[in-house]
Each structure stands twice: as structure tokens, then as C-alpha cells.
Design a protein. Structure first.
Length: 101
């Protein structure tokens, strides 16, 4: 695992998501309440930008064709055997880090 500083919590309002890049990876980072969650930012359906999706509760809707995922688990909301890759997030002194394999 490698740890990467990707955001500052105070720049990230609750209920929001954002697309970020770390090296050659696209990461979708979400803030749900005071917790942060990270998942692979490339939608497994056809490559849509999950970090640009609409966030409601802990659910993000891909802006391209509407697939929905729980950002906490990466699980597809209608087809639970589809589980998108998620990554551990660490919040430390207002800094948000993601751990990537
Ligand atoms: S690319 Fe995400 S739903 Fe199609």
C-alpha cells in the first residue's frame, strides 16, 4: 500500500464527490457527513467519471448511464455481485489520505 495526500477536509463539503488523479489512477473521493470514502473513479460499466456523479446519502450515480454504487462498499445498488474497487481513506489533522495498492 502507498499513502497519498489527496485533499484537505475543509475544502470538501459534506455530500460532495470529486474526481482526483494519483499517478496514473483516477480516484473518486466522497465526503459523507464527516467521513471520506474513495473508490476507483472509472465506472465499470463503460468508463464514466464516478467522481463527477450525483451523490445522495452514501449513493453515487454515474453521470453517463446512471449506474449507482454505495461509496462505502463499492457495491452496485441493483446488482450486488458487482463490487467496484474501494480504497482505505485516512483523515489526519484535516488532511485526507488515500491508500492505494
Ligand atoms: S459508464 Fe457509468 S453507468 Fe455507464
Amino acid at each position: 500500500m502507498s499513502r497519498h495526500l489527496i485533499a484537505h477536509a475543509d475544502e470538501f463539503p459534506p455530500g460532495s464527490g470529486r474526481e482526483l488523479t494519483v499517478g496514473d489512477r483516477v480516484i473518486a473521493l466522497f465526503r459523507i457527513g464527516d467521513e471520506f470514502y474513495a473508490m476507483d473513479g472509472i465506472c465499470p460499466h463503460a468508463g464514466g467519471p464516478l467522481g463527477q456523479g450525483y451523490v445522495s446519502g452514501s449513493r453515487v450515480t454515474c453521470p453517463w448511464h446512471g449506474w449507482q454504487f454505495d461509496v462505502k462498499t463499492g457495491r452496485h445498488c441493483l446488482t450486488p455481485n458487482i463490487v467496484h474497487e474501494t480504497f482505505p481513506v485516512i483523515l489526519e489533522d484535516g488532511d485526507v489520505y488515500v491508500e492505494l495498492p
